[in-house]
Design a protein. Structure first.
Length: 355
């Protein structure tokens, strides 16, 4: 069993902790919080051992009547790998703490690429973890783009990818984030940082990106145009993407016209927190004109990196292959949405979680 700790039990941390807890080859040793708030209570109610992320604040948990198992240093002494799910910038500060205890670490995409030995995506750069002591799971947008572009590059070759990202203003719990009533370039420079970040896990593919920020909290939307080196049919691209377990093609008959209905669909399917671990591509948006492919996809910023974190744990600590790890992760979590309204003989059977 791989003993795992999660430092930071927030938006990503709580989801990673739950995902680790479902894996048959992993043990969630504990999670950390900086203060005894509602998320600390949620961790305890989940049955997770809680640790104080900052030792000087341990007394605050006792004062609030919240029992803890120790501090972050105690957790590090008990695990084989730590997954850092702290806010952007904090992970970089924690790097020296992990290194001092020779604890392999996984960081999130909010950190700069040099925070870790290599950047990670299960679909494109699983082997990066073999000789590494630390990995950075790339951001939600980069994860989604790597999943989409990899099969296209492998099958047809990519001459140029152009992506406009309409990004959510903040997560549902981030009440301090904006904009409130505006759509703003974010960043105002073009291209944005997303394209170079894709190249940390999918090198050699030309990707230009531009990004906007909108006053929504649910998901990111990508408008994608890829000039391919070969000329496929629209149906061939749909079939290709249907073979990717972490891409969900939304059938036109489903009547899902945006992020709100996608989240409701996920909740109706019994997904925890309405999470969508897959890229959600509108099937009718997939269109090939000459060598140019066009499509729209949505990426759930709270969830799509969760299975990647699980695979990163195995890449750092085992000799399991990428395909074996992805299959194990997907089976345990239940990744691989398939609508009853999908058409065609290539439709995948949905995977049922084994828990």
């Amino acid at each position: 069993m791989i003993r795992v700790g999660v430092n930071g039990y927030g938006t990503i941390g709580k989801r990673v902790a739950d995902a680790v807890a479902t894996q048959p080859d992993m043990e969630l040793v504990g999670v950390t919080k900086t203060k005894p708030n509602y998320e600390a209570e949620a961790a305890i109610r989940q049955g997770y051992d809680l640790y104080a992320a900052i030792s000087d604040r341990a007394a605050a948990f006792d004062d609030a009547g919240v029992g803890i198992a120790g501090t972050l240093t105690d957790l590090l002494d008990s695990v084989d790998v730590i997954v850092d799910c702290t806010p952007s910038g904090i992970g970089a500060r924690n790097r020296s703490i992990y290194a001092a205890r020779d604890t392999p670490a996984i960081f999130q995409g909010g950190e700069d690429a040099d925070v870790a030995d290599a950047s990670f995506n299960a679909r494109t750069s699983f082997e990066a973890g073999r000789e590494a002591d630390s990995l950075r799971v790339v951001s939600c947008n980069t994860t989604g783009l790597a999943r989409l572009l990899a099969p296209l590059e492998e099958t047809y070759g990519i001459e140029k990818a152009r992506v406009t990202l309409v990004r959510r203003g903040g997560d549902p719990s981030e009440t301090e984030r904006g904009p409130i009533n505006d759509v703003v370039p974010d960043p105002t420079t073009v291209p944005s940082h997303h394209g170079p970040d894709v190249n940390t896990v999918l090198p050699g593919v030309a990707v230009d990106t531009a990004a906007l920020k909108a006053p929504v909290t649910t998901m990111h939307t990508h408008s994608v145009n890829v000039t391919l080196r070969e000329t496929p049919t629209t149906e061939a691209v749909r079939e290709l993407l249907a073979g990717e377990s972490r891409i969900f093609q939304i059938p036109e008959a489903a009547g899902i016209d945006g992020a709100g209905k996608l989240k409701e669909y996920a909740m109706d399917r019994g997904r925890p927190r309405g999470d969508l671990w897959e890229n959600c591509v509108w099937e009718e948006s997939i269109n090939v004109s000459g060598r140019d492919l066009y499509l729209f996809e949505n990426v759930h910023q709270e969830a799509d990196v969760v299975p990647e974190n699980v695979d990163a744990i195995r890449a750092l600590t085992t000799d399991l292959s990428a395909s074996e790890s992805v299959e194990r992760t997907d089976e345990a979590l239940g990744v691989g949405l398939e609508s009853l309204l999908s058409t065609g003989d290539d439709a995948r059977d949905p995977i049922t979680a084994d828990d």
